[in-house]
Design a protein around this ligand. Structure first.
Ligand SMILES: [Zn+2]
Length: 117
């Protein structure tokens, strides 16, 4: 159950674990119930259902963080953004270094090399 890791037992009132009735045992052995709203335990249901990273941690367990969209690992284990999407023109100046121009130049160099042999 997400959001109840540090406590012995807890019953979730809402599905997302925002508002929860927590039962804790004090060092004296008394059981206490308290209604808490812990912002650190806020988890939208979509995030709670997201696929989890299975990378092996140094502790030997699985990472369990949500994976990056379209990837199989979390942001800490290789799922980071590889760069701008294909076709992005945000830094386009003249196209002299575009994939098409570079491919054409490579083709011409190869032709020139074949001719000179
Ligand atoms: Zn991970």
């Amino acid at each position: 159950m997400a959001g109840c890791r540090q406590l012995n037992t807890c019953t979730s009132i809402t599905g997302a674990g925002r508002l929860s009735l927590q039962r804790t045992s004090t060092p004296g052995g008394r059981e206490m119930e308290k209604l808490t709203i812990n912002p650190m335990q806020l988890q939208p249901e979509r995030l709670a259902m997201a696929p989890r990273c299975l990378a092996r941690t140094r502790a030997g367990t699985e990472c369990q963080s949500p994976v990056v969209k379209g990837k199989r690992r979390c942001r800490m284990h290789g799922g980071t953004n590889p760069g701008a999407p294909k076709g992005n023109r945000n830094a386009w100046k003249h196209g002299g270094r575009s994939a098409d121009a570079m491919a054409a130049a490579r083709y011409l160099r190869e032709l020139a090399r074949l001719v000179s042999e």
